[in-house]
Write a protein that binds this ligand. Structure first.
Ligand code: RTP
Ligand code: MG
Length: 223
């Protein structure tokens, strides 16, 4: 499991894109360990971008990054460094593929919305630059690992999962439930399916979803 540094750059904050961009990391299943709105000092920017010190764009980059608040995030998950970089897309907005953050929200080279550490070594250095250890939280979230894949089950009723999940996942799901690592959700018979989004492995469950955003079941139907 890796933890990487993400910065929502000043243009993200100014353009009111914090929520839209955060949603992409959450949809992917990554977990937020640290998060803060902050104004980067010149000193911190210089440390963070030390590798670019001799580059012609360096001063402009530092000026931009210190001009307005940013949101700093420590984001964790399996291969989080490369997963985040893929979600971000190529450095310049005009080169970034549609579907990526930079590809969907901009065409600029400097105003490219997000920073993500470029290697596990950079991630370790950068997370430590922006976060004290007591600002990095470790907390449980309903999830299981099955066959090397991590799924999120926070909005999926457990009884439905164990019944409909792919055959090879069921044993792990049951043991997760038994150890209360998964908690059944849904109340008054209303079941929410929102978190299936972004989890193609659980397409079998999505197919069970009736029209509408929720399904009403009588008590007697629940197993
Ligand atoms: P970042 O560090 O911000 O996550 O971006 P990156 O790894 O994709 O790109 P990097 O090469 O580290 O460059 C850092 C930031 O400098 C700006 N830049 N401008 N030729 C240029 O004008 C130029 N090259 C880089 C970009 O804003 C880039 O995000
Ligand atoms: Mg970089």
């Amino acid at each position: 499991m890796e933890t990487t540094l993400v910065l929502l750059k000043p243009d993200s904050v100014q353009r009111r894109l914090i929520g839209a961009i955060l949603q992409r990391f959450e949809n992917k299943g990554l977990k937020i360990r640290g998060m803060k709105l902050m104004q980067i000092s010149n000193e911190l920017a210089a440390k963070h971008y030390a590798e670019h010190k001799e580059r012609p764009f360096y001063q402009g980059l530092v000026d931009f990054m210190t001009s307005r608040p940013v949101v700093a995030l420590a984001i964790t998950g399996p291969k989080a460094v490369s997963v985040v970089r893929k979600l971000m897309g190529a450095t310049f907005g005009f080169n970034a593929e549609p579907g990526t953050i930079r590809g969907d929200f901009g065409v600029s080279n400097q105003f490219n919305l997000v920073h993500g550490s470029d290697s596990p070594e950079s991630a370790e250095r950068e997370v430590a630059l922006f976060f004290n250890s007591d600002e990095l939280l470790t907390y449980p979230r309903p999830e299981v690992k099955t066959g090397g894949r991590f799924f999120l089950f926070d909005c999926i009723p457990a009884w439905l999962l164990t019944r409909c999940a792919p055959e090879d996942c069921r044993a792990s799901l049951r043991s997760g439930l038994a150890r209360q690592r998964l908690r059944p959700v849904g109340h008054s018979g209303h079941l929410r399916f929102a978190s299936l989004r972004g989890h193609p492995e659980l397409e079998c469950l999505r197919q069970q979803r009736p029209r509408g955003s929720s399904v009403h079941r009588s008590r007697g139907q629940r197993k």
